[in-house]
Design a protein around this ligand. Structure first.
Ligand SMILES: [Zn+2]
Ligand SMILES: [Zn+2]
Ligand SMILES: [Zn+2]
Ligand SMILES: [Zn+2]
Length: 307
């Protein structure tokens, strides 16, 4: 799945091109529709018409779909409201003065359209009125996830199985089976001021995947270490799980119990909300024992499913 699927390969190279060409997409739906399925027959005329109307609804400047207010020049060329302020009152198609004319007819045609969710290829079967499609897509449970790897600005997106393979193959992340863990983080020079040191381990249990983050960062003047768990799935499902973390050594111990955060929340958002086990560096050095020259933290933990 990591590289065999041309759609995913396309996503990887050009992450902004999530939306497949609309007209092709629609033609495909029509040709795929079963003659024996009355629901599909009912949709057929609407979708056939909409593929050409969709082209009319494409802004000639930014090529995005237009939403009200849709503007037009005195010759009838249309333009989206986002591009209008940027063309200095000149129609980009005929160079005539643009003025302030709304294209109500096109706005009304758009309102009559029903289109499939753009995440259809990810499994969403929803069909939505033109003006509510964007809102649905921003919350669609089939929308792809961003890569949860914290250390780089990785732009890869995909569903969970795809991202798990990506983390393993491309980020060389450690994968563990089971719901308990016991990790040792060792750092040679703990007095170095590091702003972003991160480690990620992926756990597979309960048929789900979890990301354990461990990182060092600067909080004001003080370096701190933080460990937290993220759930590879949606927010509502992440609440079915809990986890505990314990860090200790040298006769001292600290523990934390939390709810894994969905990877829909960025790694930075979770970190900045302090929703995890936070260890001040001084305390981390107590745990490490010895001469405080080396950071040695043992983090144990457990993930469980709530009833
Ligand atoms: Zn535009
Ligand atoms: Zn014009
Ligand atoms: Zn959807
Ligand atoms: Zn990545």
């Amino acid at each position: 799945m990591a590289s065999g699927n041309p759609f995913y390969d396309d996503l990887r190279n050009k992450p902004e091109v999530i939306d497949p060409p609309e007209s092709e997409d629609l033609v495909e739906i029509v040709s795929e529709s079963s003659v024996n399925d009355p629901a599909q027959i009912a949709l057929k005329p609407n979708l056939t018409v909409s593929s050409s109307v969709r082209e009319l609804l494409e802004c000639p400047v930014c090529l995005n779909a237009m939403y009200p207010p849709i503007h037009q020049c005195s010759n009838g060329h249309t333009l989206c409201s986002g591009c209008k302020p940027r063309v200095h009152n000149r129609c980009p198609t005929c160079r005539h003065e643009l003025g302030n004319i709304r294209c109500l007819a096109l706005e009304k045609v758009a309102a009559s359209l029903e289109l499939p969710c753009k995440y259809q290829s990810y499994g969403c079967m929803g069909i939505y009125p033109y003006y509510s499609k964007l809102k649905h897509e921003s919350q669609c449970i089939f929308r792809p996830y961003n890569c949860p790897y914290a250390g780089s600005e990785c732009t890869v997106m995909g569903d969970i199985p795809y991202l798990v393979a990506h983390l393993k193959d491309d980020h060389k992340v450690d994968m563990h089976n089971g719901s308990t863990f016991n990790h040792r983080y060792v750092k040679q020079n703990p007095h170095e001021v590091e702003n972003a040191t991160w480690m990620l381990t992926v756990f597979s249990c309960f048929g789900q995947y979890f990301c354990l983050h461990f990182e060092a960062f600067q909080l004001g003047m003080a370096p701190v270490y933080m460990a937290f768990l993220r759930f590879m799935g949606d927010d509502n499902e992440s609440k079915n799980y809990s986890y505990s973390l314990e860090v200790g050594g040298n006769g001292r111990k600290m523990s934390w119990q939390g709810v894994p955060r969905s990877i829909r929340d960025s790694h930075k958002k979770v970190r900045d909300s302090f929703d995890g086990l936070i260890i001040q560096r001084n305390m981390a050095l107590f745990f490490s024992g010895g001469d405080r020259k080396e950071l040695k933290l043992r983090v144990t933990g457990r993930i469980w499913k709530e009833q």
